[in-house]
Design a protein around this ligand. Structure first.
Ligand code: ATP
Length: 615
């Protein structure tokens, strides 16, 4: 019990902090619009007060006019009050229109500001964050919030400000009939306030605790409706199964949510009954007082309007307060995400990246385990990539080959040991400079919905308009022919997500992605399964281009194809996170070890006549 209270206390303190931060965000994004917004709301908050006061004046003027006999003179005050009431109504309408415009501009600016903070953070957090479910939960909540919560929060805050102005004004008007009535107004609000705060906590806890379920729901939705799954879904008949899983999760969530809403409504009705009882007593007291000759008809009307107005204002305000509270709770997830700190960062003292690798890239006793991973991917790992050479890295699935590239690009840091470029430790080179030194082709080619030229140019944006260089990279990667066959050549939009896009085959995409890697004139080239989707006929020709391109640079090619590996200057054979053999193709064949065995098996499978020739 005490623990729960303490936890809530801490949550509230954190809440106050995140509330201040939200306010700062709003202010940073749209300071002038926020001033305009608050001023209009203040004026709108005053309007009902003017109407209530003018209505009392109108009623009292009408009563005196009827007593004095109808004439222009006796009717003038009532007429004036009527005109002023109409003027207030028209001004309120105009202000409301202006407020809609200001609020739209303000919330668009805030939304964009928050989205850009989320985008900035998404590209700067460690790659490891993308591999942890907690991170995805956090990102999911942050992205979810960024789109809708700020605007909702502004509406709630605006509603609160406007209603608070009116409420304080009404309380001041009521105060002239005695402080007890003003206190009664405040007392009647407390039960509703309690219900709102308690159920917002419960709602938020439920929402937070179900993030993973909601992400699963989104996952099934993507599988059921996403274009990349459509073919396999049909072929394997997975639609019904995914629908069942989706339905099961939705059923659970729906049930939980409805239960929460039912409980909340019961509590709300009880709170409303208490507040109605207090109001009835207060109104009874006021009527008794007026009947005793201590007030006018205008007073009763003013009091009635103030009481009813304050009741609905309180309802609206507790609703607003609840929403403010719940939206700020939800936005705390955004801050949780924005506060994530990358761990792969620049060292306190850095050394400029060398222009070229002059000796070698070396892994020295490197041990590495993926964050949250259950097995050690590399253990006391040693490997050398000599400068100016093309090194092939071969080995069975899961041996740790791709992990080498990720460590070299410093997507992760080793747990133990070090990686050296010549005599500089990798972690001492500024991250930006290190990544500029490296050109990587990832195992799964990355595709962009952009023109063929732009798809290549993203490898080095400075060359976007240098068509000849783009073409040369495409030629080296074997992508030029593919692109030349497209309807608008290099200007053809690729991908199917947008209008008029042309889809390529997996092998063709791989060539385009390789052209992108080749365009980047980096001293180190890392290729992960560069020909996995390519036809094997073009391999020899492709390797020849790579050799020309890699001249004077250092390259590592991860491959399962021995017909590629055999052409490299040096082959490292990896198994279970360690290098088990190294040498040239002929040396390894003569050693008759793991490489020779695997080579024999692959050759038997694809070209039995080549099996012992070593070609
Ligand atoms: P393949 O030939 O199949 O591409 P590989 O030799 O490139 O395999 P790696 O991708 O380097 O193998 O993986 C080495 C080990 O690290 C594997 O056991 C794998 O399960 C694990 N691993 C790879 N990526 C991750 C990750 N993101 N999180 C946790 N473990 C991972």
């Amino acid at each position: 019990m005490l623990d729960g209270a303490l936890l809530r206390g801490r949550q509230m303190a954190a809440q106050a902090g995140s509330f201040r931060r939200i306010w700062r965000l709003i202010w940073e994004a749209a300071p002038r619009w926020t001033v305009a917004w608050a001023s209009i709301l203040f004026l709108l908050g005053l309007a009902p007060l003017a109407t209530v006061a003018l209505t009392k004046h109108l009623v009292d003027s009408l009563v005196s006019a009827s007593r004095a006999g109808v004439s222009w003179e006796s009717g003038k005050p009532a007429l004036l009050a009527g005109v002023l009431i109409a003027a207030v109504a028209i001004a309120s309408e105009l202000l409301q229109g202006l407020l809609d415009w200001v609020r739209t501009a303000q919330s668009e600016l805030i939304q964009d500001h928050i989205s850009s903070l989320v985008h900035k953070q998404s590209v700067s957090v460690d790659l490891a964050f993308y591999e942890s479910p907690e991170y995805f939960d956090c990102l999911y909540r942050a992205r979810d919030d960024a789109a809708t919560r700020p605007a909702a929060l502004l509406d709630n805050l605006g509603g609160m400000l406007q209603n608070a102005v009116t409420l304080v004004g009404l309380a001041a008007l009521v105060l002239r009939y005695g402080p007890v009535l003003a206190l009664a107004m405040i007392f009647s609000m407390l039960p509703a306030l309690f219900v709102v705060v308690r159920y917002n906590w419960l709602n938020h806890d439920w929402w937070h605790g179900t993030t993973s379920k909601r992400r699963w729901i989104q996952y099934y939705e993507q599988k059921l409706t996403g274009p990349s799954f459509a073919a396999e879904l049909r072929l394997l008949g997975l639609g019904a199964r995914f629908q069942d899983s989706w339905r099961f999760l939705r059923h659970g969530l729906r049930g939980e949510k409805l239960k929460l809403v039912r409980r909340q409504n019961t509590a709300r009705i009880c709170a409303a009954l208490i507040s109605l009882s207090v109001s009835a007593v207060a109104l009874g007291w006021m009527s008794w007082r007026t009947l005793g000759g201590n007030g006018t008809l205008g007073d009763i009307i003013l009091f009635y309007q103030a009481l009813m107005g304050s009741q609905s204002l309180m309802r609206a305000m507790t609703g607003n307060l609840g929403q403010v509270y719940s939206n700020s709770l939800f936005l705390s997830s955004l801050f949780e995400f924005l506060d994530l700190k990358p761990t792969v960062t620049d060292a306190p003292v850095t050394v400029p990246a060398p222009a070229q690798v002059t000796r070698s890239i070396r892994f020295e006793n490197v041990t590495f385990r993926y964050p949250g991973g259950s097995r050690t991917a590399l253990r006391n790992f040693n490997l050398t990539i000599p400068s100016g050479k093309i090194v092939a890295i071969v080995g069975p699935n899961g041996a740790g080959k791709s992990t080498l590239l990720k460590l070299l690009a410093r997507f992760y840091d080793p747990v133990e040991g070090r990686i050296m470029i010549d005599n500089i430790e990798l972690s001492r080179i500024p991250l930006d400079e290190l990544r500029q030194m490296i050109s990587v082709l990832f195992q799964m080619p990355v595709t962009y919905d952009a023109s063929a030229a732009e798809n290549i140019a993203v490898g080095d944006l400075r060359r976007t308009h240098d068509r000849e260089t783009l073409k040369a990279a495409a030629v080296s990667a074997g992508a030029h022919e593919v692109i030349s066959r497209l309807p608008q050549g290099y200007d053809t939009p690729l991908g199917k997500a947008f209008d008029q896009g042309n889809e390529l085959s997996a092998g063709e995409w791989q060539r385009v992605a390789m052209a992108r890697a080749f365009l980047r004139r980096a001293p180190v080239i890392l290729l992960d399964e560069p020909t996995s989707f390519m036809d094997s006929w073009a391999e020899a020709e492709w390797f020849e281009s790579l050799r020309q391109l890699a001249a004077g640079r250092t390259a590592a090619v991860i491959t399962h194809r021995f017909t590629i590996a055999m052409r490299a200057d040096l082959i490292h054979v990896m198994r279970d996170g360690a290098v088990v053999e190294s040498g040239t193709h002929h040396e390894l064949l003569s050693a008759e070890g793991f490489y020779a065995e695997s080579w024999k098996q692959q050759m038997e499978a694809v070209a039995p006549e080549l099996q012992y020739t070593g070609v």
